[in-house]
Write a protein that binds this ligand. Structure first.
Ligand SMILES: [Zn+2]
Length: 225
């Protein structure tokens, strides 16, 4: 296993580190982004921890390639704000379309170079979906008709089995969101793409734990660990 550190969108005010983890054996490519929204800090911490754990050998990727961009929007992160414009509406909407923001363009260029089979975009949101179905906290979101639907269901089942508090359980949402990283990855790269949303009113350590466990379930589903 080989872990290398790179800088995306350099040199520019948007420069941000990313990591490529190459497993010993060939296999799928998974892209993990976090911090598309700068105030969703537990997801960023989980992504950075995954990169650090791979670098230290605590987490081993046997097969395939993992690309991790832990803090996409550094400027928004520095101010702990969501970011303006909303970066998750600026990804390309069709094959010939362009990103509407240089940072989204840099992320999507990286993705086009590596052609991910999987894309996990880690976020945080308001509310508990178990109590209020229209909120996004504690959900996995995928595009309608995506081949990732049954995989998301398995991951949710495993997560919920390990979460004793029923109202903290995860739910699946199917939603097409033009301009989002998820929908761009699904439409243009035909990746299995999933948005992970923890509820940010839960304790930070718990949110990091949930994000980490969900990523590990998907790595296992992809046959990478
Ligand atoms: Zn978000």
């Amino acid at each position: 296993m080989l872990v290398t550190r790179h800088v995306l969108a350099a040199p520019s005010p948007y420069a941000t580190p990313y990591y490529i983890v190459r497993g010993t054996n060939p296999g799928p490519v998974m892209m993990i982004t976090s911090g598309v929204h700068g105030n969703e800090t537990a997801s960023m911490a989980a992504a950075q921890k995954l990169a650090d754990d791979c670098a230290s050998g605590r987490r081993v990727i046997h097969s395939g390639t993992l690309i991790i961009v832990p803090r996409v929007n550094q400027q928004a992160y520095a101010k702990k704000i969501r970011g303006k414009p909303d970066l998750n509406r600026t990804f390309p909407r069709r094959k010939s379309g362009k990103s509407k923001h240089p940072l989204a363009a840099a992320v999507f260029k990286l993705a086009r170079e590596h052609q991910p089979d999987w894309w996990l975009d880690l976020h945080e949101a308001n509310g508990l979906s178990q109590l209020t179905p229209r909120v996004l906290g504690q959900t996995l979101i995928t595009n309608p008709g995506s081949s990732s639907v049954p995989i998301c269901r398995r991951v949710i089942e495993r997560m919920n089995r390990s979460i004793p508090v029923g109202k903290h359980h995860f739910n699946l949402k199917r939603h097409e969101l033009p301009g989002s990283a998820r929908t761009a990855a699904s439409r243009l790269l035909h990746a299995k793409s999933i948005t992970v949303e923890t509820c940010w009113s839960l304790k930070r350590a718990v949110r990091i734990k949930y994000q980490t466990e969900i990523v590990h379930h998907f790595l296992r589903e992809a046959g990478m660990t």
